[in-house]
Design a protein around this ligand. Structure first.
Ligand SMILES: NC(=O)c1ccc[n+]([C@@H]2O[C@H](COP(=O)([O-])OP(=O)(O)OC[C@H]3O[C@@H](n4cnc5c(N)ncnc54)[C@H](OP(=O)(O)O)[C@@H]3O)[C@@H](O)[C@H]2O)c1
Length: 274
């Protein structure tokens, strides 16, 4: 039996992981702003943007259980729209939840894990952290930042017996789509590109993997003696990440642009085509 903390437990991937782990007999504590009504989960109502709340909660769990074996950072949200139309407030809030929230949880867990001689920290990143999606720039870059944070963290804490992993899921059918905050204003120069791009993304998510699948993959990680630095979820996405690593970046970005960017043909190209 392991003592496990999951942030972002009230919905989607976090909730599925919790259900799975409870069935396996682990002790699961979950952090989210809303209360979780799952009888085997110890629900903690806290906001990941507030470090003091997390620090106190993790200390109390440690005092009660004597240890924290695993922390899974799944709390996150998305915003969409062009970079120029995004308000500083929305961009800052997204970074605050996705990146600073993950940092807060890690910062609260490290001293307790170090004192216990080890532990596992699993950060839920995204394939979008490797492949930047147009009109999802802040979300993509927050996940790229989580990947970098995870790599640096690995070298910092491995001497304490703490293992870390950035999990990069592909599209998953969760409440994430509904919770995404869209820019209220889109400059007319973007024409319908923003709506079209976000619609493709939303459709991909709703046709995506079930959260239970992601939960099973993540739960397998917990059982492993040694966890990898990165874990991509979904066969198609493993292939995409691998190709993005080996093919020229400009070419990969063009392909992504043709899927999500809806570039209009320039008049020069149109003339040539004629
Ligand atoms: N769905 C996908 O296609 C997909 C793909 C790749 C990666 N991911 C990542 O997977 C993670 C989970 O997403 P999901 O799909 O499960 O989305 P979701 O269903 O919207 O769940 C998000 C969770 O984060 C919590 N949360 C949001 N802001 C919070 C805050 N300030 N403090 C504490 N908890 C907060 C929410 O709980 P409350 O609202 O109750 O606080 C909720 O439990 C995210 O990091 C997301 O970026 C998702």
């Amino acid at each position: 039996m392991k003592v496990i903390i999951i942030t972002g437990i009230s919905s989607g991937i976090g909730f599925s992981i919790a259900e799975h782990l409870c069935k396996k007999g682990h002790k699961v504590y979950g952090v989210s702003r809303s209360k979780v009504h799952e009888k085997n989960v110890f629900s903690i109502q806290a906001d990941v943007t507030d470090f003091e709340q997390l620090k106190q909660a993790y200390q109390e769990i440690h005092d009660q259980e004597g240890r924290i074996d695993v922390v899974i950072n799944s709390a996150g949200m998305g915003i969409s729209g062009s970079i120029e139309d995004t308000s500083t407030e929305d961009a800052s809030y997204l970074y605050n939840v996705n990146f600073i929230g993950t940092f807060h949880s890690i910062k609260a867990a490290i001293p307790l894990m170090r004192a216990a001689g080890g532990g596992k920290i699993i950060n839920i990143s995204s394939v979008a952290g490797r492949i930047a999606i147009p009109f999802q720039a802040f979300y993509s870059s927050s996940k790229a930042a989580i990947n970098n944070l995870t790599e640096a963290l690995d070298n910092e804490v491995s001497p304490f017996g703490i293992q870390v992993c950035a999990v990069m899921p592909g599209d998953i059918k969760t409440g994430f789509t509904k919770h995404r905050k869209k820019n209220r204003v889109n400059h007319p120069s973007y024409d319908k590109r923003v709506e079209k791009s976000v619609a493709v993304m939303e459709q991909d998510e709703q046709d995506g993997m079930e959260p239970e699948y992601a939960a099973r993959v993540i739960c397998k990680l917990i059982k492993r003696k040694k966890i990898p630095l990165y874990k991509v979820i979904g066969f198609k996405y493993k292939l995409i990440v691998m190709l993005a690593k080996w093919l020229p970046s400009a070419w990969v970005n063009k392909v992504v642009g043709s899927i999500y960017g809806f570039k209009r043909q320039s008049s020069k190209n149109t003339k040539k085509a004629r």
